[in-house]
Design a protein around this ligand. Structure first.
Ligand code: ZN
Length: 679
């Protein structure tokens, strides 16, 4: 529930005043930042400043953890949809072996489709969850399949006929498996979602299963169902297939633990024990072990190299229970850490002074550890699309008793900005010159600080009322949780305390962020939504909800205003102080909803303000945005790391940058693919 994606306007606007303090040194190579473009996607490369300067022991640790991060890619493909692996492998077989006309429209459409499948880790869009529509015909594709050597096809799935019978309808029938994640109110979300977390089970059965399993009196409940597929056997009995060594996905997990063992061998305490405890969890699948690991991990604030590796986030499960596999490896960005240190040191002040009901405030804010990091490797559900901030662990009781670790990823935001330079976005959508100037000056700082506040303080703030379990908000919980964290950040960004702490030079930073946030929430983020569709994704819903709610509540005072000029629609903020007050009021209400587990109020808020799109405005945004030729989504390719040996001894780890998206995807499918086509 605690990932922060870069979706704010700054991601995609021209930035001319990016500080390059930590990037200017060293060799800035001449390669473009955007390495590939297709459909609504741009693929960017990122740099890893500071890696060369790490001591050898840390480089080696990062190296082994990075290898482990590459081993679970197949798991995510299979989690996303049961036929993703045979489909990907068939597409790759055609891509590599096809001898026909590669200048044809069909081939080009096929290549685009494959690039999209790689990017989304499956045949459903990584963000909208809608199934891709191939722009080549089934007949062409079947002929292409027939033309390549049979041995190149994934025959571990079955015969060619069986393979075709499974994957062709999945790819070409628009009615079949239409959405990976369907959370429309009132439907059987489990049955309607194509994700592979449940097999032959209805939503009601899944709810019953976990209700029966849970020990409702346990103050330290495990994350029931987090690491398994729930499946109904031919005997009609519902069981969990646990993702562990010897269980489901074993062959990939064994690879992961193999690399983790090597990482453990070079790690120092406390990290050595932490890695060992993660390995133990992967071996047993025991979620108590996972909690032990998380507690040890969150308490480690000293290790420079850090990592995420496991079944972490539950965004992909309509029931918000089962976690996709993800990984990243990172190390501290010392310079930027000073910013988050100041925020962390003042965490109690922020909690005490927040506008929420005193009953729902934490009396003592524990262990808000926050840092700015440089990622060295992205894997699983962090690749190629990655969050720019992470706050873990997710278990509420651990967060309450041990705190959480919060990071923002600076080299990724930096790469995003570099990739967006000069794209014309600001000129098109920001009406007033003063707003444009403020954005240019303070846009990045405002974005960074909002992310920091969201991650370091927002998610960690507040407490549940006695008797509230934390799972009452069901399918609305992700959206409401992101809303709460965002509001906390927005509210405080405009606080004079920020200037006093030396975090911002003036409140103009907040004005820049407020103007862009509202514009994004009410308008420009619609560029990411297909014509005729509503808002589905949690972060987008949260942004829309905040902006629309504040618009409505501020109508009498004209706080936010729609303006028409030369036939174009703009949204402007007229009163920044009142807007901040509204953020505070809404935060109070959203915290109440979470603390009391008020499902009805949460549902009403999300459904009323966060979901429905005005089709006229939507069309306009799509047209204006389309004219700029900017892809609304971005993702990244990884660098490689190589051991440098002298006389059989490792003397260094070398970083090698990649600029070839398809090349990296094919390499990962060749060298880092460990699961059979049927799981
Ligand atoms: Zn968040």
């Amino acid at each position: 529930m605690k990932r922060f994606f870069i979706l704010s306007v700054m991601t995609i606007m021209a930035v001319t005043s990016v500080s390059t303090a930590s990037y200017g040194k060293g060799k800035e190579d001449k390669h473009p930042w955007v390495v590939d473009r297709f459909d609504d996607i741009k693929v960017i490369r990122y740099t890893v400043p500071g890696f060369e300067e790490l001591p050898l022991q840390e480089k080696l640790l990062a190296y082994y953890l990075s290898q482990a991060a590459k081993c679970g890619r197949d798991i995510l493909f299979d989690q996303n949809f049961k036929y993703n692996l045979p489909i990907r492998r068939t597409l790759e077989a055609v891509y590599v072996n096809y001898k026909g006309d590669k200048k044809s429209d069909e081939w080009r459409a096929f290549e685009k489709y494959l690039k999209k499948v790689w990017f989304a880790n499956g045949i459903h869009h990584h963000y909208s969850n809608d199934k891709f529509t191939p722009e080549f015909t089934q007949a062409w594709f079947e002929a292409a399949m027939d033309s390549v050597p049979v041995s190149s096809l994934p025959l571990d799935f079955g015969t060619v006929e069986e393979l075709k019978a499974a994957i062709l309808p999945a790819m070409f029938d628009p009615e079949l498996y239409a959405s990976r994640l369907d959370q429309r109110a009132g439907i059987d979300m489990v049955a309607a979602s194509a994700g592979n977390y449940y097999d032959g089970v209805t939503q009601a059965e899944a709810e019953q299963f976990y209700n029966d399993m849970a020990d409702h009196s346990d103050p330290h409940p495990i994350s029931y169902g987090l690491n398994s597929q729930l499946t109904k056997g031919e005997d009609g009995i519902i069981r969990e297939r646990v993702w562990r060594v010897g269980g489901m996905y074993s062959s990939a997990i064994e690879q992961i633990t193999g690399w983790l063992e090597l990482a453990e061998s070079v790690a120092e305490e406390p990290q050595k024990s932490i890695i060992s405890s993660l390995i133990e969890y992967y071996r047993t699948g025991d979620l108590r072990r996972f909690d032990e690991y998380n507690i040890a991990w969150v308490r480690d604030t000293v290790s420079n190299i850090d990592f995420v590796n496991g079944f972490i986030e539950d965004y992909g499960d309509p029931m918000g229970r089962k976690a996709s596999w993800e990984a990243n490896v990172n190390f501290r960005d010392e310079e930027a850490c000073k910013r988050t240190q100041i925020i962390s040191e003042n965490a109690q002040w922020f909690e005490d002074n927040s506008p929420v009901d005193p009953a729902f405030k934490k009396k003592q804010v524990k262990g808000v550890s926050a840092k700015v990091i440089t990622v060295a490797m992205l894997g699983g559900d962090c690749y190629p699309s990655t969050p720019i901030g992470i706050n873990l662990p997710n278990a509420d009781w651990i967060r309450k008793e041990y705190g959480s670790k919060s990071v923002t990823i600076d080299n990724i935001t930096y790469a995003y900005k570099k990739a967006a330079e000069g794209n014309g976005f600001t000129e098109e959508f920001v009406l007033r010159a003063e707003d444009r100037e403020r954005l240019e000056r303070y846009g990045k700082l405002g974005d960074d600080l909002h992310t920091d506040l969201h991650e370091c303080l927002g998610h960690g703030s507040g407490q549940l009322a006695p008797g509230t379990k934390g799972n009452e908000l069901k399918s609305y919980s992700s959206t409401l949780e992101e809303t709460r964290a965002d509001l906390f950040g927005l509210y405080y960004l405009g606080d004079p305390k920020m200037v006093e702490l030396g975090l911002i030079p003036s409140l103009d930073v907040a004005k820049a962020q407020y103007a862009s946030y509202i514009m994004n929430g009410m308008m420009t983020q619609l560029s990411r939504i297909e014509k005729g569709k509503n808002v589905e994704e949690a972060h987008m819903r949260n942004r829309k909800m905040i902006a629309e709610w504040c618009y409505e509540k501020g109508l009498a005072d004209n706080v936010i205003e729609w303006v028409k000029k030369d036939g174009k629609t703009y949204i402007v903020v007229n009163d920044f102080d009142k807007l901040r007050e509204l953020f505070g009021q809404m935060l109070r209400e959203v915290q109440r909803i979470k603390s009391e587990g008020d499902y009805e109020a949460g549902k009403e808020l999300v459904e009323r303000y966060g979901v429905t799109v005005d089709p006229v405005l939507h069309n306009e945004v799509l047209e204006r945005y389309g004219a700029l030729n900017i892809e609304p989504y971005g993702g990244f390719i990884n660098p490689d790391y190589r051991l440098v040996k002298r006389k059989g001894k490792v003397v260094d780890v070398e970083i090698v940058y990649n600029y070839d998206y398809a090349g990296q995807m094919l390499e990962y499918s060749r060298e880092w693919s460990f699961l059979p086509s049927k799981n």
